[in-house]
Design a protein around this ligand. Structure first.
Ligand code: GLU
Length: 500
């Protein structure tokens, strides 16, 4: 492995809230670059224009900063290889796609979505893996020119050999073989002219002179496509290491649906960033025999060894995070820093001002604040099924409203009181109930009481991740819906939306 020059990167797609997996991948790339005196780059992969938002980018960067990570180049700090946002680099990708077309390593594909769907159905029926069948490769130059002149939309696809094996050399797993017949002729440029992840990622890693790529295991199957692109362009590919996916103690995949996975959740719960980073570092590089597991960032950087990255999915064990966090609070925070942390966590002047405004109309003595606001300074709430009895809504409607809201809240581009209220209003309408009545169980789930300071503002203040967690707890308590029930309820909501 050439270590004379090391450049690594993390390349998040700004399509949602910052995921703890992004911090994990960023940390590993950060450590490797720092350890070798190299550079660590942050690149924003926002080629999916429909799902990418500036707000998500802002929150992801802030969350990584909160973790204590810094980067040498990125959209916020600039650098010699910019721009660092893929949406600002479209002309670059177009010129590289043109090169591939000219060399015959990519081709224009005019197949309609209907034809591709028919092809997939037939492949599925025949028990074959889904793969583009190469129809447009058979067209003559005249045929292609004719279709283009007629204004037929097309995508640009990667040419993949019909036979042979691609060997992906993973730094940790060693050689991994892929039959070319199992590699799809990937779309490189979409019909709107925008690149897909695969083309943009390879072009950027090359142009940004990235030497080592540490990324999630879910990208292993993309590696053959990427290696083909490197070879077509005549470029040296970076070293690759695929990090195992984080898992639950039962070995299932960590998923937002079932687990807290947002960095902001951990912040809202009052975990210290040092503890979270320490915890993530141990997942990528477990403690050696007899080593103290409490490690600060410089120590994490010093000791990181890619050969220690586990191959089996490391368990994201929240009990361990709790234990580490407790140790950080007890062993690393003197009274002054403790106060400072508490302030940062929950009582920043800005937040306190907002809370005070909301609480003032509802109290007679300042001492009323404690019980009224306790929910804002808590993690999970101790609720029982009786907690929901004071609400006017029947048990089924409560389960429906809470369950439907989880997915609807996740879809919101912006997390604020107005949007939150709109979601609850829509659900109430679909259930044919009064919005006020539907809001009650939300009060209970979120604040622990059927009345409190204004609900939607409280939800905004708590943040989407903690709200999701409290809703999920309430739903579990009241009886989580079966898959079928949830589908029915979602259909009910969708039908209602169409009708209005
Ligand atoms: N944009 C991809 C992601 O969101 C990056 C994958 C890679 O590192 O190649 O994970």
């Amino acid at each position: 492995m050439n270590l004379t020059r090391v450049r690594t990167r993390v390349a998040p797609s700004p399509t949602g809230d910052p995921h703890v997996g992004t911090a994990y991948v960023a940390l590993v790339n950060y450590c490797f670059a720092r350890q070798h005196g190299g550079e660590f780059v942050l690149r924003i992969e926002d080629t999916d224009a429909a799902r990418s938002t500036a707000e998500s980018e802002r929150v992801i960067l802030a969350a990584l900063h909160w973790c204590g990570l810094t980067w040498d180049e990125g959209p916020d700090v600039g650098g010699p290889f910019g721009p660092y946002r893929q949406s600002e680099r479209s002309s670059i990708y177009a010129s590289y796609a043109a090169k591939l077309l000219a060399s015959g390593d990519a081709f224009k594909c005019f197949c309609t979505p209907e034809r591709l769907e028919e092809m997939r159905v037939a492949q599925r029926a025949a028990g074959k893996p889904p793969r583009y069948d190469g129809q447009c490769l058979t067209y003559s130059a005249q045929e292609i020119a004719r279709r283009e002149a007629a204004g037929e939309p097309y995508v640009v696809r990667l040419r993949v050999p019909d036979e042979g094996v691609c060997v992906v050399n993973d730094l940790r797993r060693g050689p991994i073989e892929f039959e070319y017949t199992s590699v799809d002729m990937q779309v490189l440029i979409k019909s709107d002219g925008m690149p897909t992840y695969h083309l943009a990622n390879v072009v950027d890693d090359h142009l940004m002179e990235i030497t080592h790529v540490f990324r999630g295991e879910e990208w292993v199957s993309s590696a053959p496509k990427h290696l083909l692109l490197y070879s077509y362009f005549g470029w040296q590919p970076p070293e690759l290491l695929h990090l195992p996916l984080l898992r639950n103690p039962d070995k299932s995949k960590l998923s937002k649906r079932k687990n807290p996975t947002g960095i902001l959740f951990f912040r809202a719960m009052g975990y210290l960033p040092e503890a979270l980073v320490n915890f993530l570092a141990l997942l990528a590089d477990p403690a050696r025999d007899g080593e103290d597991e409490m490690l600060d960032l410089p120590a994490i950087v010093r000791r990181f060894d890619p050969q220690h990255v586990p191959i089996g999915g490391p368990v994201f064990d929240l009990a361990k995070l709790d234990w580490l966090n407790g140790r950080y609070i007890r062993e690393r925070l003197d009274p002054t820093s403790f106060v400072q942390r508490v302030q940062e966590w929950a009582v920043s002047p800005e937040r306190l001002k907002r809370v005070a405004q909301l609480a003032a109309p509802r109290i007679e003595r300042l001492s009323d604040l404690g019980p009224l606001l306790a929910f804002l300074f808590s993690g999970r709430l101790a609720l029982t099924t009786q907690s929901f009895e004071s609400t006017k809504l029947d048990a089924l409607s409560i389960r429906q409203a809470l369950s439907l809201s989880v997915a609807e809240f996740d879809k919101l581009a912006a997390w604020n009181a107005v949007e939150i209220e709109r979601v609850i209003g829509r659900i109430a309408a679909a259930l044919d109930k009064k919005a006020r009545d539907v809001a009650r169980p939300f009060y209970v789930a979120i604040t622990g009481s059927p009345t409190s300071i204004p609900l939607y503002d409280s939800m905004q203040l708590l943040g989407r991740d903690l709200v999701r967690e409290r809703l999920r707890n309430a739903i579990d308590l009241l009886g989580a819906p079966s898959k079928r029930e949830l589908q029915e309820w979602e259909a009910l909501l969708a039908r209602h939306e169409v009708a209005v």
